[in-house]
Design a protein around this ligand. Sequence first.
Ligand code: SF4
Ligand code: SF4
Length: 441
Amino acid sequence: MQIQRFSGGFFFDDSSNRLKELFKVNQTEVVRFEPEFVAIPFDQHIGAPNKLVVAIGDQVQKGQIIAKSSADISGHVHSSITGTVVEVCEVPALGENTQTAAIIRRNQSKDHTESLIDANFSYEKTVRAAGIVGLGGATFPTHVKLNPADHIDVQTIILNGAECEPFIASDDFLMQKESRKILRGGEIAREILEAKEILVGIEKDKPKAIAAMEKAANKVKNCRIVPLPVKYPQGGEGQLLETLIAAESPLDGRSVETGAFTINVATAFAIAESVDERKSLTHRYVTITGDVKKPQVIYFPLGTRVKDLIDACDGFYGTPSRIIHGGPMMGKTITDLDFPLTKGSNAIIVFNEEHDGKVTESPCIRCNRCVEVCPVRLEPQNIDLAYRNDDLFTCDQLLATACINCGCCTYVCPARRNLAANITKAGAAIKNEKEALEDAK
Ligand code: SF4
Ligand code: SF4
């Protein structure tokens, strides 16, 4: 199949590739971790906030809904273990924030196994009941995504197995272990959307995943596995579409307008488990790597604390300097090890002093390198300058809200300017201002 390279982006340099090799997870067997208690945040999706539907003291089963909203754009949250709700309290969130969570203590050695999803539900209702959201990190409710506007004619289902952020191996491992279920999820999406073909994009540095998926794809009609160049950010939705079907996504992010429906391979896996096994989304795979003694991909119940998973990897290697939720390019720093992992958690990366590349900013030298790598063709240096001058009007004119927060500009900047973080803040401030204006009307 003919593919084309997406605009912008870059190839990691030798020092990054050496670190990739050092932090590589080498494992063949599934590692499961089941803690004594979990802290399950009510909101693990983009959309309307959920309300708690259980009370302190209630016995809950694994897969039972504990928080939900009647709004369409929302994602139900389930208990990930069988136990007792012992507390509702604030727990750490990303940044300096907190979030409300239900603390559930395990009180049976065996989790409940009977399905709690109605067997008569349609595919779409099942996906909603199972609380499935985009597991590549976007956390947008999947049942909403599966219901595009009437004028959209979806021809192609794209399963995103690119996993282009360094060090993360969660999707790679999932594709090696669960290739059939992933493609089954793609087939269900194809049936719902009446699409024709399934394409699975996987970066070429995952040969075992490509082999496993190709073997499974032999039994699926109109399904192709497409090995992709190892170029960052290949896993961005827009970049994947550009590479696979030569389509340009609209800047507002509604990529389905291109006639292709894109979901992460982990989301496809969750869809298959919900439809065929009536399972709610209670567990996922996460990569724990970097400066930990035993880097691993772990299958864990949602609500497990970072500290418990670090312990499951035999603890830190050296003294941690920075811990990132997600990948090193797009992830966010976490400062409290009580932070609970949720639906959007695909990796925890630990850097000790030796590997934490702390840098000092200097003035922009107008080299234009940030512009050359920006995959959405923005002017990062100019948006950054406008943001530093509190000039949101100019940031808006320069399309700051179209930034996909890939971090390419920051990575290549010789002046070490904190471009991506500032542009993301500018985009958020513009959106907030516009929403406030709408509300005031
Ligand atoms: S972080 Fe935003 S501005 Fe920077 S390269 Fe990526 S998309 Fe462009
Ligand atoms: S890469 Fe850095 S130094 Fe070069 S133009 Fe962009 S902001 Fe300025």
